[in-house]
Write a protein that binds this ligand. Structure first.
Ligand SMILES: [Zn+2]
Ligand SMILES: [Zn+2]
Ligand SMILES: [Zn+2]
Length: 279
C-alpha cells in the first residue's frame, strides 16, 4: 500500500496562520519540512482520507492528480479535515473537465453524521450530482474502488458527533495500516476492534509533541508511547511495524529536526508534507 501525507499539521497549520510565536517564527525561517499544511492522506493514488483546505496547493507541491481520486473517507467534520466548498470544485463539466472520469456517480464520499450535515447543506445550496454519500458507522467496512478496505473506528475527539479514525486493509497484498489522528488515548472499543490484527504501519496524532495532551482529544508523545505499547500487547504492533507521528501543532514548540531527535530512541518516523511510505 502506498500512503502519501498531504499535510501534517493541526487546524491552525504550521507555522500557524496568524501566529508570531517563537516556534512559528522559526518554522517560517526554516521552510522545508517545517511548513505543514492541514492533515490528509492519499492511499494508492486514488483514495483519500480527509479533504483539507490546503489540498489544492499540496497537490501542486507534490504532483498529486486530484482528478484521479475516486473515494474520499472523512474522519470528522472539523474544518481542517473536511472542506466541502473546495470539494465542490469537483462538479464535472463546470469547475473541471475529466474526460474518462466523466461518469456518474463521480466521487464517493464517506463520513459520519457531522459530515453528512455539511454535505447536505452544500447540496441544498448548490444542487450537485458529482458525489454520492455513505454514512460511516463504527465497525463498518467500506471498500474503495482501488480495492483497499476502510474500517471506521471510534476516536476520542468531538463529543457532538461520531468522530473516527480508519483501519486500512489491502486484501490483495495482505497489508494493514491504522491512520489515527484527532484522537486522545484510544477508547477501549477501538482497542477491542483492533485486537489481534497485525499492523504494517500505525500513524498517530502527536499534536503536542513532547508535552502530554491526552485529555484534549489529541495526543503528545507520552500518549503515543503508551498507545504503541498497548498495541504491542494486543498483537497489533511488532518490531516490523512502521510507527509514524503526525498532526503537529505549533503549541508542541518543536521543529521537525527537534521532533526527530526526540523520538530517535523510539524508532518513530516524523511525518512531513509529501512523505510517502510504502508498506
Ligand atoms: Zn485535526
Ligand atoms: Zn505559533
Ligand atoms: Zn478535529
Amino acid at each position: 500500500m502506498k500512503l502519501q501525507y498531504l499535510g501534517t499539521a493541526a487546524a491552525e497549520a504550521m507555522p500557524a496562520l496568524f501566529c508570531h510565536c517563537e516556534t512559528c517564527r522559526k518554522a517560517r525561517k526554516a521552510g522545508g519540512k517545517d511548513i505543514r499544511g492541514r492533515s490528509g492522506l492519499m492511499v494508492n493514488d486514488t483514495a483519500m482520507i480527509d479533504f483539507p483546505p490546503d489540498v489544492y496547493m499540496t497537490s501542486l507541491r507534490f504532483g498529486i492528480d486530484l482528478g484521479a481520486v475516486r473515494d474520499i473517507f472523512i474522519t470528522h467534520s472539523h474544518g481542517d479535515h473536511f472542506d466541502m466548498e473546495e470539494l465542490g470544485m469537483r462538479a464535472n463539466g463546470v469547475f473541471c473537465h475529466l474526460g474518462e472520469h466523466d461518469d456518474a456517480p463521480g466521487i464517493r464520499l464517506y463520513g459520519n453524521d457531522g459530515v453528512r450535515e455539511l454535505a447536505e447543506a452544500y447540496t441544498k445550496a448548490n444542487p450537485a450530482d458529482f458525489f454520492t454519500f455513505t454514512e460511516t458507522v463504527f465497525g463498518g467496512t467500506y471498500r474503495a474502488e482501488n480495492g483497499v478496505e476502510f474500517t471506521f473506528l471510534p476516536a476520542r475527539h468531538m463529543e457532538s458527533e461520531h468522530s473516527g479514525m480508519y483501519l486500512l486493509e489491502d486484501p490483495a497484498e495482505g497489508k494493514r495500516v491504522l491512520y489515527a489522528h484527532d484522537t486522545g488515548v484510544f477508547l477501549e472499543e477501538a482497542f477491542a476492534l483492533l485486537a489481534g490484527k497485525r499492523l504494517d504501519m500505525v500513524s498517530l496524532d502527536c499534536c503536542f509533541g513532547r508535552r502530554p495532551g491526552g485529555i484534549s482529544g489529541h495526543m503528545g508523545l507520552p500518549e503515543n508511547r503508551e498507545t504503541v505499547s498497548r498495541l504491542r500487547e494486543i498483537g497489533c504492533v511488532d518490531d516490523g511495524t512502521v510507527i509514524v507521528i503526525h498532526h503537529f501543532s505549533h503549541n508542541c514548540g518543536q521543529l521537525h529536526a527537534e521532533l526527530e531527535q526526540e523520538v530517535e530512541k523510539d524508532g518513530f518516523l516524523v511525518a512531513y508534507d509529501g512523505l510517502t511510505v510504502t508498506v
